[in-house]
Ligand binder design. Sequence first.
Ligand code: ANZ
Ligand code: ZN
Length: 826
Amino acid sequence: MAETAPPAATYDPRVAEPRWQARWEAEGLYRAERDPARPKHYALTMLPYPSGDLHMGHWYAMAPSDARARWMRMRGHNVLFPMGFDAFGLPAENAAIKHGVPPKEWTYRNIERMRGQLRRMGMMVDWRREAISADPEYYRWTQWFFLRLFDGGLAYRKRSPVDWCPGCNTTLAREQVVGEARVCERCETPVTKRDLAQWFLRTTRYADELLRHEGIDWPERVRTLQERWIGRSEGARVEFETEAGEPLEVFTTRPDTLWGVTFMVLAPEHPLVERLTTPAHADAVRAYAEQAARQSDVQREAAGREKTGVWTGGFAVNPVNGERIPVWVADYVLMSYGTGAIMAVPAHDQRDFEFARAFGLPIRPVIVPEGEPPPAPEALEAAVEARGRMVDSGPLTGTPAEAAVERAIAFVEERGAGRRAVTWRLRDWLISRQRYWGAPIPIVHCPSCGPVGVPVAELPVRLPEEVEWRPTGESPLKLHPTWRHRPCPACGEDAERETDTMDTFLCSSWYHLRYLSPRAADAPFDPAEYDYWMPVDTYTGGIEHATMHLIYTRFFHKACRDLGIVRGDEPMRQLRNQGIILGEDSEKMSKSRGNVVAPDALVDRYGTDVVRAYLMFFARWEQGGPWSSQGIQGTWRWLQRVYQLFGAGPDGGPGAPPDAEAVAGLRRRVHQALARVTADFDAFQFNTIISTLMELLNDLVKARDGGLGGTPAWDEALGIYLRMLAPVAPHLAEELWRGPGTPPGRRSIHEEAWPEVDRAAAAEAQLVLAVQVNGKVRDHITVAVGTPEAEIRALALASAGARRSLEGRTPRKVIVVPGRLVNIVA
Ligand code: ANZ
Ligand code: ZN
């Protein structure tokens, strides 16, 4: 224990915390360097977007993650816990348009501010490794990765719809389309769609692999969300034919219902719509397609939505029975899934059922429960489940429903009218943004050579800083007088730069690699650092990233593996998500509700240790819950009591020598608490760590009052307590460990080893074992821990209950289940 100056009655974190932070910085306490002698641990927490202020959600994600990283360090790991900023994105651009502040200025000012707030949190971040995705030295490599993907055939360009505002004459980002009516946030004109040539990454090539989560420990919930997002469906592609003889292919998961098809539906954007539509229906179809173009896919897919659509006037032929099927257009069929066309089976598909009812189309059941006649279609209230036997299905009639899908596939395959097929919900990743504040896509469009990659030696393709902000929303890269013009890298002719920038999710797909060597000048990262630190061991952040970011970063890693840039199949071994902090009123924190709790004000008042500890304590971390100002005061009092107990020294010191049982009792409680806290850190169970420490403090106070102060067991208890406190309240623990005036050279508590649990000390002194005879409890015996088995057996046989129940029979077997029971088999 450090000899501290006589302690003040209360601990003032406002003095102590900045003092320790400066000291740790000066000592380089949190510098992470490769060290082959120690096992490495890469703890990563999702990097913030520099929106302005660090809010409670950031704290909730980061402070417990920091505590765990510190714990790993005390466990003997060489820990890397870096931090950076996801600095490109639309809000900076909006600020520029609104207030005329350049995005760069706005962004870096916010970073400055948030870096200060992060430092105040007192995390064990090695700030030398900070990475900012908007730095040219960072986005140089984002562009380099893009070129590697382009050369590897994993980036390509194709026409694709974007949201378009006819009022502003510009494309809109998803966030700029607002409300149910989907209007432009700037001028409130209803949004339409436009086809633009845009860049995509081939995520779909990795669909199968992304579906597998082998060798990684990710929450079930995230895996399920990813599986749904990737959405693998097995079924068949079946070819219908229009009356003009053109193939019209559908994807169906239910080829068994082919004989129940009573109409077909095309997505309004389907290329065959125009040719199928008869003149009499042309106006209605065109008007319908226009309104459909204003909806998002999400809206169009919403369950229970009223079905709308129009008939094209055209027909197609069902390949299994030659029937003439009317072809409709409806927005519940998406162009982006399957083939953009469906065979509708209203008897067995709920959406088709609702559509048929809305438009008076026939309904034909083809699967009926065993032994029942087909239901009368008019009487049906919903689509019918596929259980029983096939009816009215040509060669499939009589087949059990379970076997029908396979037989239907065989049937269409034989006739050359279709084949088994798998379809994915996952789309290729559209990375083009018609925006300024992002990494420019390093491509030059040449009239003779097509798209050509910018030579690597010319990277980064820098964003021009002298740009004009016009409220039209058109990207300043397009408006810039000179930026886009340059000769073709291949042929030297006049050519033009790509003016789109990259989706910021691309920047954040590889930031964990830049942290490894943020100043590497000739590569995105130093391979030696990679070999030592990767993969990320624990990744923490919000569940809202379950799909986009966490799919993209896995895809990116796998693509880079195949391009020979990285090794290993997965970038992040273990993932854990925090929950959400609600306001004191149990509602989502929001300015309009006035229930926002600002961390800065709390740090001013209580210090960071209290805020950190309270965030670990107030709820199960993965669940979150409502904030409580009552609760944070309880945490404050607890840490003050810790300070007083430790500062006071062994008061009430030994009068009578403490008896052995009291000493054993103290050690037992200390080591039991240590075992629990250790297991809880391992499991990210932060709330019970704090409650265990709170309880143990009460035990320590009692032990001191009982005369144990100053004994070796007491010193051991305080030492263990402080080391358990160190990851939770790093400043207070250091203050009590080193004392405010310690000379340089004395080791920080954060370099100490996590204490070992003394199992013998932690064990309960006595155990109560049940005595069973033939499986029935007849008695109980109390034995000292560690009593040999033979002795336990003898005690059990001698117990009154066992003797009574045995009635002189000789036992055949006596089984001891350690710590629980003895079973006598008579
Ligand atoms: C006939 C049928 C009968 C269907 C039946 C289902 C039940 P999942 O499981 O999500 O893959 N479908 C196909 N392409 C579509 C598109 N572009 N937009 C909207 N719906 C589409 O769904 C596959 C089923 O969704 C397909 O199987 C098709 O309807 C429909 F009793 O075909 B089914
Ligand atoms: Zn050229």
